[in-house]
Design a protein. Structure first.
Length: 149
């Protein structure tokens, strides 16, 4: 804004309009809408008279800023809700896959009871599945929902 007024005084602009903020001696920030135009020039075309207006808009500006802040908070809330839904969907799919792995590993262990090598190979799969199930339960417990059954 300062440069615009300098241009107005120097004859480079015919008029200026804008918004500016000033911090008072009390530390309060105040906003203003302002406008000015050249009303008289000398023989060289330089401004001799400038007429302007300064209108305080602090109340309006504070309401605008409050509204913007609330909109940002609402947007952030929606983002968090979306992330939560996504995480819940991923966890649900993970749990479904985990049940398939555990189910088929149990079948493999029963079918191969007489084959100790295959049973030994199935054991780490079942152990890893149980650990993953424990992780899943703790994830939902910390999220405040019910663990799987």
């Amino acid at each position: 804004m300062e440069l615009a007024f300098q241009n107005l005084q120097g004859g480079l602009e015919e008029s200026v309009f804008g918004e500016l903020s000033i911090t008072g001696s009390d530390g309060e920030k105040r906003w203003f809408n302002t406008g000015a135009r050249v009303t008289s020039k000398d023989k060289n075309g330089l401004p001799v008279e400038i007429t302007g207006i300064l209108y305080e808009t602090t109340g309006i500006k504070k309401k605008e800023l409050d509204l913007m802040e609330k909109e940002i908070e609402e947007l952030q809330s929606r983002k968090m809700e979306t992330v939560g839904r996504l995480a819940g969907g991923v966890a649900h799919d993970f749990n479904n896959l985990l049940h398939v792995i555990m189910g088929y590993t149990e079948i493999l262990a029963k079918v191969t009871e007489s084959d100790p090598v295959t049973r030994e190979l199935a054991a780490p799969i079942m152990d890893a599945s149980r650990k993953a199930g424990s992780w899943y339960d703790s994830f939902f417990f910390s999220a405040g929902t019910r663990p799987r059954k």
